[in-house]
Write a protein that binds this ligand. Structure first.
Ligand SMILES: *[C@@H]1O[C@H](CO)[C@@H](O)[C@H](O)[C@H]1NC(C)=O
Length: 590
């Protein structure tokens, strides 16, 4: 990241807030910490155990936490200054934070979250939007925007966030890092401000899959036992239909890696919409009012809608009173969001809860102990800052329907970055059954390197298609050169052939043809040199030998010229031009 980012930025100076950097192209001021942090401090791990005892599992790693995890002695912020003003410092640190510090990691600060952890956008009106380090003109995604950015920019090795409706998975995808949403209930949410308790899950960001693996094991207190291989890897075709970037950009890479690592037989394709329509009957009762030209996509969209309604309902039953007391302090965005969903009837909420219970059974039955689902994490590239797309129903519903699978079923999900498409980060997600966290983390670790390798191959093969188009333009230049030669416009011909050589330097014809033009302009040395290059590229080029012979004859290198004409005759014994030239030269020296 540093190299691409570095040439965009100019250092403009020091301010109290820190070094400011200006993203020239996007006319945005980016803080030196990318606006990721609310507060910096250092909570050190206990001293390492004396050898021969094993060192702490997370020794030498630093991490940051989203500003809704309690840290002893600090006020937990919740993404809005009004919250800090009306709350006391925490008496205890959240166990999730303590367990990581005791595991050897150093906690270095609190990061920005969306207002009250509520949205998926990463645009906080009170603290400013953290900048997306891998796509400066685009949103980082939320709710745990700062934690994603802190890892993406390399300030910490990992970070914690909260994933209610996607708050870890989506910003991980947008900022090009790994994101992990553990199974619902796998980690106690004690000491973490609730957004929507039946959906909230503590999540982890990391760049390195083995760090994610280690942190996951410490956080979930997983035993390190034998690894299980996936037996069924299901690519969710209808979900890839929702994708706004070419789906095979992702499915190809997954297919190749999976086949290589686990064998072809584990791979198959499913339509999850059909499966859910059959196994989650309560979805149908929510389908009304969901617009979709494709019937199959209706259940997916209803699922996203159900999640949103549950989130809003639970959020308001916990925080409604406080919100009422500080209403003017809320951003207009949050006020509008809360109003829009305020009229949900208790009957509808019950339907949403039924959907959740049915989802849990349906997905556990589908995935069993050794199955994985492969879906896009998000519908496409991160939207641009301040764009209308962010608030549009289309975007929100498409994103939420993808994110709702894990949130509504309690399954665990990992987001894996897959390079870039048109300068925006791409990712894929894999989902394992609820409780299959160790299996999921093992699989991510096993498959990560292979996925990256296939992404690189894809980039290389698309740049080789660029080579083809370069070759095509070189051919065009050659044709123009031939036409100029025919018209006896020798200089013009030389420059067209030179252009062809610049576009594609490995074609002997271009050199040989330029030599012919050079012969006409009297540039015999250049003609000789071009013929030598042509011959080195193609040992059987009769024309190149003939032209070099001519050049050498005109330069007075008769002996070498004879050799060239003789060799031309070896290649083409009946060639008159060669015969005539040879007998002329031989007569000269008889
Ligand atoms: C000799 O060979 C060259 C190259 O193949 C060809 O262009 C030319 O027409 C030939 N000349 C004769 C008279 O056969």
């Amino acid at each position: 990241m540093a190299s691409t980012a570095a040439n965009l930025w100019v250092l403009v100076g020091l301010s109290v807030a820190g070094i400011l950097l200006v993203a020239r192209r996007f006319k945005r001021v980016v803080k030196a910490d990318f606006g990721a942090f609310i507060e910096r401090f250092e909570l050190l791990p206990p001293p390492p155990p004396a050898p021969p005892k094993a060192p702490h599992p997370l020794a030498c790693l630093s991490f940051a936490v989203a500003d809704l995890f309690d840290i002893k002695g600090y006020i937990t912020g919740f993404g809005i200054p009004e919250w800090s003003k009306t709350h006391e410092p925490a008496d205890w640190s959240s166990p999730a934070v303590s367990i990581l510090i005791n595991g050897g990691a150093t906690c270095v600060g609190k990061t920005v979250i969306d207002e009250l952890g509520y949205s998926i956008n990463g645009e906080n009106k009170h603290f400013g939007a953290p900048a997306n380090p891998v796509a400066l003109d685009r949103i980082p995604g939320g709710s745990s925007s700062g934690s994603a950015v802190a890892v993406s920019a390399g300030f910490v090795e990992f970070s914690l966030g909260i994933d209610t409706i996607g708050g870890v998975r989506l910003p991980a995808a947008y900022c090009g890092v790994l994101g992990f949403r553990p199974s619902f209930g796998a980690i106690a949410n004690t000491g973490v401000l609730p957004v929507s308790p039946s959906l909230d899950s503590i999540g982890v960001f990391a760049k390195d899959p083995s760090i994610l693996h280690r942190v996951g094991h410490v956080l979930l207190q997983l035993p390190c036992s034998e690894k299980r291989q996936p037996r069924h890897i299901m690519i969710v075709d209808d979900y890839f239909q929702l994708l706004k970037i070419p789906a095979n950009r992702i499915t190809q890479v997954v297919t190749k890696s999976t086949e290589k690592l686990f064998g072809r037989q584990v791979l198959n394709h499913i339509n999850l919409g059909d499966y859910l329509a059959a196994r989650v009957p309560s979805l149908k009762q929510l389908n009304d009012g969901i617009q979709s030209s494709d019937q199959k996509l209706r259940s997916l969209k209803s699922l996203g809608k159900a999640m949103q309604m549950l989130q809003s309902h639970e959020f308001k039953s916990i925080h409604g009173e406080w919100i009422g007391s500080v209403r003017p302090a809320l951003s207009s965005f949050l006020s509008k969001q809360l109003d829009a969903l305020s009229e949900t009837s208790s009957f509808t909420i019950e339907r949403c809860q039924s959907v959740r219970n049915e989802m849990r059974l349906a997905l556990n039955a589908l995935l069993k102990d050794d199955g994985l689902l492969v879906i896009p994490t998000v519908p496409g590239s991160p939207p641009k800052y301040g764009s209308r797309e962010i608030l549009s129903d289309d975007y929100q519903i498409a994103a939420l329907s993808l994110l709702a699978i894990a949130s509504m079923s309690g399954c665990c999900q990992a987001t894996i970055p897959l390079g870039f498409h048109e300068k925006s980060p791409v990712s894929v997600s894999i989902i394992a059954r609820q409780g299959g966290d160790r299996f999921l983390l093992d699989t991510v670790q096993a498959i990560y390197a292979s996925l990256q390798e296939h992404v690189d191959n894809l980039v290389k093969s698309s740049s080789s298609s660029k080579t083809i188009s370069l070759e095509e333009s070189a051919e065009l230049a050659k044709e123009k050169g031939n036409a100029a030669y025919k018209d006896k416009q020798w200089q013009k011909a030389v420059s067209f052939y030179s252009e062809a050589i610049k576009l594609s330097g490995k074609n002997p014809t271009y050199y040989s043809n330029r030599a012919a033009a050079y012969l006409e302009t009297g540039s015999y040395l250049q003609a000789e040199a071009d013929c030598s290059t042509a011959i080195s590229l193609d040992k059987k080029g009769v024309k190149a030998y003939l032209r070099r012979g001519t050049a050498r004859e005109l330069l007075g290198y008769y002996k070498d010229a004879v050799e060239d004409f003789k060799y031309a005759l070896v290649l083409e014994p009946t060639n008159k031009t060669a015969n005539v030239a040879l007998s002329r030269l031989q007569k000269l020296f008889q």
